[in-house]
Design a protein around this ligand. Sequence first.
Ligand SMILES: [Zn+2]
Length: 78
Amino acid sequence: MKLLFFLFLVLLVYVLVFKKPQARPRPNFPGPGKGEDMVRCAQCGVHLPRSEGVLSQGEFYCSDEHRRQHQASSAASD
Ligand SMILES: [Zn+2]
């Protein structure tokens, strides 16, 4: 009977150890396009994450080249 109790104790410890929730630190780095605002290039219309866009005068652009193109064309039409 003593042996049975011992086995039960071993089993209990075994279960407790293996059922322990593992505190896994989750890496929380901002991935591109995940949970981030998407903006639209005012020149070509492509969508891209806000952090990758170029902001100028309240408009987003996919690249500095498109920013210059758009501002050059809007300046010409004025
Ligand atoms: Zn663009």
